[in-house]
Design a protein around this ligand. Structure first.
Ligand code: UD1
Length: 426
């Protein structure tokens, strides 16, 4: 299993290319199931999760072509064509590897009137049920049963119907699943208490290009009027705000400065706000966002919340930053019940963090110390990389496969900006 070795202390300085967002690319590519026409997707990051998704699409019979040449930022262009679907089953093996696989449910159901999709089960950060996906699809007339760990869904004769789905809580995945099903349903479907994340807006943009009419994407109420047939499209994946935010924090924790080309400030709102409060300089350049830090940061309190709130996917990185800031910071995780797996690992590096329920009290220390560490999920792992970039001495981050799920060429991008970091095969 590969590891990453970091010798901390070097400021991160330079321009870091940001890829397409993993969390946008997954649903966007799944949308190919809605049409028999080709979907051409550019700015797709090269990540383990994308490979898993391609295995899933191929298992349904989708023809997947990748352009031989990567784009300037290392991302890829894919052409996906779902004109001969051979299976409407998503197997346990593929869904348990990556929870976003469950998003094939809505599109398969809308297009073929049936789908069999494995229940994903829990994961390292929480129980993560899919009840909101199922309740929403039932509202559109689907009959859904659970059998042998699989969701068995059937559309009524004549297809899914119109209606209003009011989500009892905000879910990015359930909103996306329902948007895709609605796009291929010729009726008015209203989604209330919908997620507003930029990845939702990007999916709405694609579904509109494919022929659906969508109003209100990016607000909590969306009105979707689908078609019974959708067209192919060309689409470029929105930049990854979590990757960008992570590199902004790499600069902040090392007293460096980075420029993140192609990233608009609107993607990073709450993260920029927290960084500015902590004493980081953030400015807009012609190309994107610039981040500069000098000296020790100040503690700030952070609550995770659905967009436009502070993203749960940046909570672990923020905690690494606060572990070295001056003062005490209170970090509250409101989205996932078990997302503090990085705390004991940061503690091994000298961080002073006390967790009570969904709140972490972080008392900043002047310097962290390098140590061998490991984590059980993607963002927790990258928070350890950030801590390692700051720490005195050597940090070894084990289980690099978590990082490969969400960060393309992380070690190379950081090394190009002055980090003493290397990937050790084995
Ligand atoms: C997506 C992101 C993930 C991010 C999360 C929150 C992708 C591939 N993943 O995950 O990186 O951390 O949004 O921004 O885009 N819930 C239910 N029932 C459901 C669905 C969700 O109770 O049917 C709960 C979840 O357990 C969680 C909360 O709702 O507590 C939010 O989950 P959700 O927004 O659905 O997360 P994902 O879409 O899985």
């Amino acid at each position: 299993m590969d590891r990453i070795r970091i010798r901390g202390g070097n400021p991160i300085r330079g321009k870091i290319p940001i890829g397409g967002a993993k969390n946008a690319a997954l649903p966007l590519m799944i949308a190919c199931l809605l049409t028999d026409a080709p979907l051409r997707m550019t700015n797709v990051p090269e990540l383990a999760d994308i490979k898993t998704l391609i295995d899933l699409l191929v298992s349904h019979g989708v023809d997947v072509q990748v352009a031989p040449e990567p784009m300037a930022n290392g991302c890829r262009t894919y052409t996906l064509r779902a004109n001969t679907i051979t299976s409407t089953t998503a197997s346990y093996d593929l869904v348990r590897k990556m929870r976003a696989s469950v998003l094939v449910l809505g599109p398969l159901l809308a297009r073929f009137g049936q789908a069999k999709v494995s229940l994903p089960g829990g994961c390292a950060i929480g129980t993560r049920p899919v009840n909101l996906h199922l309740a929403g699809l039932r509202e559109l007339g689907a009959e859904i049963e659970i059998e042998d760990g699989y969701i068995l869904a059937k559309a009524p004769k004549g297809g899914l119907k119109g209606g209003t789905v009011r989500f009892p809580m905000i879910s990015v995945g359930a909103t996306e699943d329902l948007m895709m099903a609605a796009a291929l349903t010729e009726a008015d479907i209203v989604l209330e208490n919908a997620a507003c994340e930029p990845e939702i807006v990007d999916l709405a943009k694609l579904l509109s290009t494919m022929g659906a009419s969508i109003e209100g994407a990016g607000s909590s109420r969306m009105v979707i009027r689908g078609r019974n047939q959708l067209m192919g499209a060309n689409h470029s994946v929105v930049p990854d705000r979590i990757e960008a935010g992570t590199y902004a924090m790499a600069a902040a924790i090392t007293g460096g400065s980075v420029e993140l080309p192609g990233v608009g400030a609107e993607l990073l709102g709450a993260v920029i706000e927290a960084l500015v409060h902590a004493g980081v300089e953030v400015s807009l350049s012609r190309e994107g966002v610039k981040v500069k830090a000098d000296g020790r940061l100040r503690a700030v309190d952070v609550n995770t919340a659905p967009f436009p709130g502070f993203p749960t996917d940046m909570q672990a990185q923020m905690m690494a930053l606060m572990a070295t800031a001056e003062g005490t910071s209170i970090i509250t995780e409101t989205i996932f019940e078990n997302r503090f797996m990085h705390v004991p690992e940061l503690a091994r590096m000298g961080a002073d963090i006390a967790v009570k329920g969904n709140t972490a009290v972080v008392r900043g220390v002047k310097t962290l110390k390098g140590a061998p560490v490991m984590a059980t999920d993607l963002r927790a792992s990258v928070s350890l990389v950030l801590a390692g970039l700051h720490a005195q001495g050597e940090t070894i981050v084990n289980r690099v496969y978590h990082l490969d799920r969400g960060y393309q060429a992380l070690d190379q991008k950081l090394a190009a900006c002055g980090a003493d970091i290397e990937r050790i095969a084995g």
